[in-house]
Write a protein of this length. Structure first.
Length: 562
């Protein structure tokens, strides 16, 4: 079955899949898998692999397994398992059947390892990790064989079973494949298949004292599950000969999973290392894995990113064989495009100064009608209270304005969004600081929407909220977590954390229209003239907290126009 959706050009992986289908390979089955290690939360980089793995299965009537690579009990946790499941489903995908685990296959993997030992294809090595690394040498020179490489089979079997039974301490012995110490591919120079770890496993408990390495568990797990296309990022390309070698030792018949590599997703101003992300969390640089500054899927969700914007981003970036760095501004652009269609418009004043309409009746309140989203008429309109005393943005007023400043100034007029045209008549200042405490204005009662003067033109429209009805809300203004495009580019003697942005979070109290008192966590809004915001999960009745998702300024759109 060919994928002709929207008649778009196929990527190179789709071309391979379609060729396999035409040739009847694997009886026409398509089976993929997404194999995360449960040692942290998944991030925007994983989104590309998720879309590819699940997307290939969906587009070709196949299945995609979720299989956790839980082969290192020291770093793994059920918390990460649950979070990964939630994030995949939030992105809109569902795995076939129950979630699977490499640990489901530990017994079979061990039996196959014994088979290698019996065939003389694996041996127990007592060299230290440093010695093994040194013996491997460099690609241009042959490595040095271990003194234990030619142990008798029976001795290897005895030692390996005793390793399994917990007789030896961590690091004292490993099981290595016996392949080729002269291979130019360093991964073929007798790679380690098993290491000793006396550690409690989150699923198998204390049953095992030896755990398989990824290179042994990966292909064999694919084989057990009937995976047809094992899609990996480019760093695994050099592992592919080992992947195939391991399968050749245990596979019967013609079936083999095929490993195919693609370029990972790299974003500037971002780290993609779970180890470094964990360091940020543990050392208090961010509040948690779902801190809205983090590139984790849960962090982006909390910040207000939509699954559709992330899927659009992955689709726009595409699938390639060559590594490249993607501009973060592209992701922000696609978030704006999606939120522009969905987010309700509201008025929130971030840095308020009071305006008093001197000719407006005291005690009078009018309900102004405002559209919720001009991009979606189905969401209708809302009513906003208007009164004699208002708040506007302090930046929307200048007492001594420069040329081409069209907002409010003495003697100048502006339109209040969904309201009247007002004119500044003077200001009241703090006698000691000189700071403007109040702006005095008059309003033109004929300029309300629906009246004869409603279409009178002025050069600026500004937002506002009624002072007597304003709701105090906490607003968290997030910036990029790093100050430079490549966080790992540091001066000598410094580490990557020296590139952290000290101003990545600023917290303010803003004045909001009163209807936002009922805002629920996860809801998304456009603060007019400011940006897109999402109600934070910390919000509760009486304390509404907003996270800034993105500003309205679109740097990517400017790039496109150049």
């Amino acid at each position: 079955m060919e994928n002709t959706e929207n008649a778009r050009t196929l990527n190179f992986i789709e071309e391979i899949v379609e060729e396999d289908l035409r040739n009847g390979k694997n009886d026409g089955r398509i089976q993929t898998r997404f194999p995360p290690e449960p040692n942290g939360y998944i991030h925007i980089g994983h989104a590309k692999a998720i879309c590819l793995d699940f997307g290939i299965a969906r587009n070709y009537n196949g299945k995609c397994n979720l299989r956790f690579d839980d082969t290192n009990p020291v770093t793994e946790d059920v918390e990460y398992v649950d979070a990964i499941k939630e994030d995949i489903q939030w992105l809109g995908f569902q795995w076939a059947g129950e979630a699977r685990y490499a640990s489901d296959y530990f017994d079979q993997l061990f039996e196959w390892a014994l088979l290698l030992v019996r065939k003389g294809k694996a041996y127990v090595d007592e060299c230290s990790a440093e010695e093994i690394s040194a013996h491997r040498g460099v690609p241009t020179q042959a490595g040095k064989e271990s003194a234990y490489r030619n142990r008798p089979v029976e001795e290897n079997l005895d030692l390996f079973m005793r390793m399994k039974n917990g007789e030896f301490p961590d690091g004292s012995k490993v099981l290595r494949a016996k392949i080729d110490m002269t291979s130019p591919n360093m991964h073929m120079r007798d790679p380690v298949l098993y290491r000793i770890k006396h550690a409690h496993h989150h699923r198998t408990g204390d049953k095992w004292c030896v755990y398989p390495m990824y290179d042994w568990a990966h292909g064999q797990s694919d084989y057990i599950e009937g995976i047809t296309h094992s899609l990996c990022t480019l760093e695994f390309e050099v592992h592919r000969p080992l992947y195939d070698w391991c399968l050749d030792q245990i596979a019967d018949g013609d079936y083999r999973p095929r490993q195919i590599e693609f370029a990972r997703l790299n974003l500037n101003y971002t780290i993609m290392s779970k180890r470094k992300m964990l360091q940020l969390v543990n050392e208090g640089y961010v509040s948690s894995w779902d801190d809205p500054r983090m590139p984790t899927i849960c962090g982006l969700r909390r910040r207000g990113y939509t699954p559709e914007s992330i899927l659009n981003f992955v689709e726009t970036v595409g699938i390639a064989k060559r590594e490249n760095i993607i501009e973060f501004t592209l992701l922000e652009h696609l978030v704006r495009e999606d939120l522009n269609k969905k987010a309700l418009r509201v008025m929130v004043v971030s840095n308020p100064v009071k305006v008093v309409l001197e000719n407006y009746p005291e005690g009078q309140v009018e309900m102004m009608e405002a559209e919720n989203n001009p991009e979606d008429e189905s969401v209708g309109t809302r009513k906003i209270p208007f009164s004699r005393e208002l708040f506007i943005e302090r930046d929307d007023f200048l007492e001594d304005p420069p040329k081409k400043f069209f907002r409010l100034s003495p003697g100048n007029e502006v339109r209040l969004k969904n309201g009247y045209i007002i004119k500044c008549t003077g200001v009241d200042k703090d006698e000691q600081t000189g700071e403007i405490r109040q702006i005095n204005c008059t309003y033109d009662p004929t300029t309300r929407s629906g009246l004869e003067g409603a279409n009178r033109k002025v050069k600026a429209t500004i937002h506002w909220v009624s002072a007597n009805h304003a709701l105090d809300v906490e607003v968290r203004l997030y910036e990029r977590l790093f100050m430079v495009p490549d966080p790992d580019d540091v001066e000598e003697g410094k580490d990557w954390k020296s590139n952290l942005n000290p101003d990545s979070l600023k917290v303010i109290v803003a004045k909001a229209e009163p209807g936002l008192a009922n805002a629920k966590p996860g809801e998304k809004y456009q603060f007019q003239r400011t940006g897109y915001f999402c109600v934070d999960t910390d919000s509760k009745p009486g304390k509404i907290i907003f996270n800034r998702t993105v500003t309205l300024k679109d740097d990517w759109a400017k790039i496109l126009k150049q």
